[in-house]
Write a protein that binds this ligand. Sequence first.
Ligand code: C2E
Ligand code: MG
Ligand code: MG
Length: 679
Amino acid sequence: MPRRRTHLSLTGQVALLSLIPILALGFVLARVLQSQIVTRTLADAGESAQLIARLGIQPRLTPQELRAGLSTPDVDALDEQLRARSVKSDLARIKIWNNRGRIVYSDDHALIGRSPGESDDLEDALRGEPDPAEVVTPSLHTETASEVGLGRLVEVYVPLRFVDSGPPAGVFEIYLSYRPIAAAIGRDENMIALLVFVGLALLWAILFRIVASASRRLSRQARENDRLARYDQLTGLPNRTLFRERLARAFGDGSPAARASAVAVLLLDIDAFKQINDTLGHRTGDEVLREVARRLQPRLGPEALLARLGNDEYAILQPLEGAVAEALAVAGAAQAAMEAPITLDGVALNVEVSIGIAVAPDHAHDADTLLQRADMALDRARSHRGRVEVYSPTYDQSGAARLALLGEVRPALERGEFVLFYQPQLDLASGRVNSVEALLRWHHPQRGMVAPLEFISLIEQTALVGPVTLYVIELALRQLAAWRAGGLELGISVNLSARNLHEPELARQIEALLRSHAVPAAALTVEVTESAAMADPDTAVGVLDTLRALGVGVSIDDFGSGHASIAYLARLPATELKIDRSFVSRMCESPREEAIVRTTIDLARHLELRVVAEGIETTDVCERLAAMGCDIGQGYLISRPAPAEELTPWLRDHVPGAPGHERSREVRAPSASAATTRS
Ligand code: C2E
Ligand code: MG
Ligand code: MG
């Protein structure tokens, strides 16, 4: 059985320790005072004896009587005199000696006339230097033999002088009974002991109070320090330190015996939080962080721990009965908590969270690995905004595979494995095609045709994005020049990455490419997503302004899918808005999506921008868009993206002025069968 150690509180320790010096002080004080009392009392006894001698005895004696002895009437007169004195009660024995060592008077008449032999005390007194009063116990064979039987006595010698100078003529020796003196000393001692005890007890109590209140202050301070070190100031939630401690404890601090049965870590990240912060200010950002904490907390069970790890990242530690489904349910509850918009200063913000989940012991056997795996899952979830991802062991492999793919990009560029597909953009009013969008494909020797979503985000994280973009623009302009040479008066759109907008020389490079292919700048449009433009708006606006100045069109791609405010968009030198296909594809089923599409078209018209709807897959959608006044449509209904050689014959039928175009001029919304099946 483990030995239980009782820990004394700081106050208890100080109380006990301070008791030792206080008791020692009490003891010493009592001893000193006691000896003072005894000395004082004996001195008092000596003084009263002197008084008796000087006032009561000496005036009744003459030097003659001392030398020769007293007559019987003188002895009787002295007896009488002493009896009349109140000191009598304490008086045990009186002797008057002459300077030859003979007793001339004593209350014990049997001693008168005797010379018992001189003692040291008597000699000192006869020399005029009597010893101070002292306590004696009479015993036989000493100078106190005659006092045996009188109990303990106080002995005082008083020299008797008849002239001021010279040795004393005799000595008056008095014995006072010690019993009443001892009683007085005892009383005084008791009183002093009581006073010392009460005084020291009071001192101790005051000391105890001071220590107790200082100790309370210290422990309050310690608690506050602990709170500051383990809790997040903004939300009041546990911080990363406390979260990691609890997580380590869930793993039994390393000992397998104490390990919890199963535990899930959910990492939550607010989507596009940076944009909220940048656009609406840090005060609003802070309020969003607090509100997210307020909403999440009540959705969790009492056994779960919610923490803020930093920035816009939260973590939940959730003990599990065993199944991952429980963790998914917690994630679902967390997302449900974010459904209602957060309204701040009259602005309703739709805040979404991406969630990454990892579960022990399935995914990790220690705290660090579990956190790292939850983080990998979160990365996955983030790339698909608002998603929940559970860690999968294939991540590590696919991570390696992604790296390998990245290594292949540059050789692929040189070998010409990157090719462009083109997707036509149809003028919905006239049914004519005026432009195409160039979409990148990787003709991978082993993997076949790889779609951009699988590798663009990878390339975007590296400096390769610059060369790849220039390569795309070069290919697109070359194809455009060929089409134009063949009588197809088309424009072309190319997609730019966020990183491209941070390269100030991009505009100059594009200008050079336009010149080398002899393509007018107005025939080229660059597409940027709103979030790409917002990542670093000042540089982005600079690059786009320069392109606009050349005459290149600027299109805002995937409009509505980001978090840009309208005021912000107004800063961008755009010529075109592309409504995100998530709204377009659902607009016929959902009145909400339809309202968004309609509003975007109105907005574009007011901003004098061309509006393009992407993702048109049905005739219903196409007709509805045309009725709403949308300028241009793009989607599988019109044509899937296709290589140039496949698309060229189709274009000849749909581009105004193209050789042979007259044939199908009446086609307004081409049927899906007219489109190529390649994607
Ligand atoms: P995006 O610019 O919005 O391109 C439109 C995407 O929607 C294309 O996917 C196209 O194939 C697809 N799409 C067109 N019509 C329909 C339809 O009716 N239904 C459905 N479901 N989808 C349709 P893709 O080619 O896979 O491109 C995906 C994204 O990759 C593009 O989105 C663009 O953001 C990016 N991307 C493509 N090429 C490039 C490029 O050369 N450079 C850069 N930076 N990004 C590119
Ligand atoms: Mg695009
Ligand atoms: Mg798009």
